[in-house]
Design a protein around this ligand. Structure first.
Ligand code: CTP
Ligand code: MG
Length: 234
């Protein structure tokens, strides 16, 4: 049985949380590393559960930690926990496999984007509900971007105005996400990329600075400070 959060919700959120967190440096799996005394995954799930559209949450955990993750999250929200895979794509596929067919909208959300406000979840879900097959939250690119040759010589400056930095949750009509995963032969880092390969349009909505991905130690330091700021959805 898939644990249900909110019977009125029409969205399942699949949360890949099985990564090692190598770029964060030595320590346990990233989703279980602490931010302000609580595992990243607790912060992530608390915010997902606060989004009214969310009916169920499926976590892909490190295989050795499936039971521990279930115990950890049970007091936060009803969740289903499955074993993740060696690649992010496999972790998403494992979690997607237990989402019931009657759920029409599926969001895929990195556990590592642990401060993503519920309002971003709602914005992505609303755009899918309004008819988009695939929706990604994005931010403008702030740095100047150069294309550089192997010998470190600059080849040119990329037009930044047409570029966007992509976050999660990425939202999909469930059938589109299933088809994209079934067709994905090569490893892709984001789920919308697999949908693009099917020739299906992907729609952008505004992301949030708070949806940053905890990747390097500096991101944990930044997130610790962000937690002291007022709730953006309050
Ligand atoms: N992820 C996953 N299964 C994997 C690899 C990654 O579920 N085999 C998840 C991570 O737990 C994370 C999200 O995918 O929530 C984004 O991946 P990333 O930020 O790269 O996390 P890690 O792979 O853990 O970090 P690193 O690449 O530094 O090892
Ligand atoms: Mg990774």
């Amino acid at each position: 049985m898939t644990a249900q959060l909110n019977a009125r919700g029409d969205v399942a959120v699949v949360v890949p949380a099985a990564g090692a967190g190598l770029r964060l440096g030595p320590g346990g799996p990233k989703a279980l590393r602490l931010l302000d005394g609580e595992p990243l995954l607790v912060h992530t799930v608390r915010r997902l559960a606060a989004a009214p559209s969310v009916r169920m949450i499926v976590i892909a955990a490190p295989p050795a930690d499936v039971e521990a993750v279930h115990s950890l999250l049970s007091p936060v929200a009803p969740v289903t926990v499955v074993a993740g895979g060696a690649e992010r794509q496999e972790s998403v596929a494992a979690a997607l496999a237990v989402v019931p067919d009657e759920v029409a909208i599926v969001l895929v959300h990195d556990a590592a984007r642990c401060l993503t406000p519920p309002s971003v979840v709602e914005r992505v879900a609303a755009a899918v509900r309004a008819g988009a097959d695939a929706v990604i939250p994005v931010l403008p690119v702030v740095d100047t971007i150069k294309e550089v040759a192997a010998d470190d010589t600059v080849l040119g400056t990329v037009d930044r105005s047409v570029l966007r930095a992509v976050q999660t949750p990425q939202g999909f009509r469930a059938s589109v996400l299933r088809a994209a995963h079934a067709a994905a032969a090569d490893a892709h880092t984001d789920d919308a990329g697999a949908v693009e390969k099917l020739g299906i349009p992907v729609h952008c909505v505004p992301g949030s600075d708070l949806a940053l991905k905890i990747t390097r130690p500096i991101d944990l330091a930044l997130a610790t400070h962000l937690l002291t700021l007022p709730d953006p959805d309050a």
